[in-house]
Design a protein around this ligand. Sequence first.
Ligand code: TYD
Ligand code: MG
Length: 449
Amino acid sequence: MKKKETVFVCSNCGNEFGKWMGQCSACGEWNSLKEVKSIKLKGESRNNLRRDFLGQREVKKVREIETKNEEFINIISTKIKEFDRVLGKGIVQGSVTLFAGEPGIGKSTLLTQLVGKVGGLYIAGEESAEQIAIRVRRLGLKAENFDIFESNSVEEIEEYLNRVNNLYKIVVVDSIQVVGCENVNGVIGSVSQIRESTFRLVQLAKRLKVAMFIVGHVTKDGDIAGPKLLEHMVDTVLYFEREKNGELRILRANKNRFGPTDEVGIFKMDEKGLSDVRSEDLNLTGGDENKIGSAVTVLMEGTRPVMVEIQALIVESFAPMPRRVFAGVDFNRGQLLTAIGQKSLGMPLYKYDVFISVTGGIKVDDTGADLAILAAMWSSYKEKPLQNPPALRAPSLENGGQKQESPVFVGEVSLLGEVRKVKFWEKRKKEAEAMGRKVVEIKNVKEIK
Ligand code: TYD
Ligand code: MG
C-alpha cells in the first residue's frame, strides 16, 4: 500500500525527520531541513539490498588478502593534463569519483572529452544519445571507443554492465539526479533515491573494477540532495567551479583517496570544449612596464604558482576617518599591512585613503603577497615606479638604456617589518624567472625604499 507523506530532509547530512526543526538534531546544522514529498512503501524495507549484501560478508584475515604493490595499481591517464594533475597521476582502476558542479559549468563537456580520449561508456540520463554524438563529433573526439547507454534506471545499468563484464575501463553516469532504483521510496532526484543509487553504483564499480565518474549537480545555495550527501561514499570528490572573473574553470579535489587534494586543474571553455590553460596564460599581470602603484607577486593556486599584479592607490584623505578599501585582500591583513607601512616605511597613512586591488579578480589568501602589497603602497605614495635593486637590473644599452622590468616581490612581512620566506619559495622564484622576471630578496621592508 502506498501512503503519501511529507518528510523533512537535512541537506547537510541527509537524515529524515517527521517534522520541521530549525536545527538538524543529527548533525547540528541550522536551517538545513527542507520539505520533501515522499511515497513510503508500507512493510517494505528500503534497505533490502543492503541487508542481502551484508548477509554474504565474511571476516577476512589480512595475511590471506592478496594486495597489489602500489606501483602495480592500474592507473589510466585521462590524456588531459590538468585532469591528471588533479587526480594525482590519473584514474585509479575501480575507483569512484563524484564530479560535482553547478549546472552549465561544463561537467558533461569535460567527461565527454575524457571518454572521447580514453574510450568508455557514457550513461546518458539527461541528454539523448544523439545530442551526445553531436557533441563528440563537434569536439573532434574519437568516436570508435565511445559507447552511449541511455538509461535512468540503476537496475538497467547493473544489468548491462554485468552482461558486458569488463568491457569498459571507464563509465560516466550523467547525472545522479536523474537515475533511480525501483524498490526505493521517492521520486527520482529525491534524497533517498540519490543515496541508494550512488550506493549501488559504487558497489557495481568496485565489483567490476571499472573506474566510474558520477556527475552531481550542485546549486549555488547547496540545494538538497546535492553531492554533499554522497561525499563519504565515493573515493574522490571533484568540484568544477568558475573562477571569480568568470573566464576560467577550476577543477579541485575535495577528497582524494589516491592522490593530493591541494592541486587544481585550470581550464578554459570555448567552442572546442574545455582546454588546458598553460602557465603563460595564467600570467595575470598587466604587461611588464613599471607603473606607479603597481607591484608584481607570485601567489600559489594549489601547488601551482600564478603571477599577479597588486595595485595600490594612496591618496590624501579628507574624511575624518581615512578610507581603507581592499579588493581581493583580507580586510584585517590589509589593515595590518597599512599599519606596518606607517611604522616601518614611515608613510603617514593616518591621513591618507588606502585602496588595494588584485588583478584578475584573484583573492589573496597567501601571506606571500604581503611584501608586494607594501611595495605597491610605497610606489603609489612616492609616485615612483618600483625598481629592481642595482644588482638585479638588466645591463643598460648605450643609447638611452633598456626598458627595465618591474621586480617581483614575494614574502611575508612581520609586525616589525622583517621579511620572511614563504612556502614554495623556490617554485615561486622559478615561475618569476620563467617569465623573465627576478624576485627581489630583502630582509626588511625598509629596503624597498
Ligand atoms: P555542459 O558540459 O553541458 O555543462 P554541465 O554538464 O555542467 O551542465 O556545458 C554547458 C555550457 O558549456 C553550455 O552553456 C555551452 C558551453 N559549451 C561551450 O562553450 N563549448 C563547447 O564546446 C561545449 C560542448 C559547451
Ligand atoms: Mg550536463
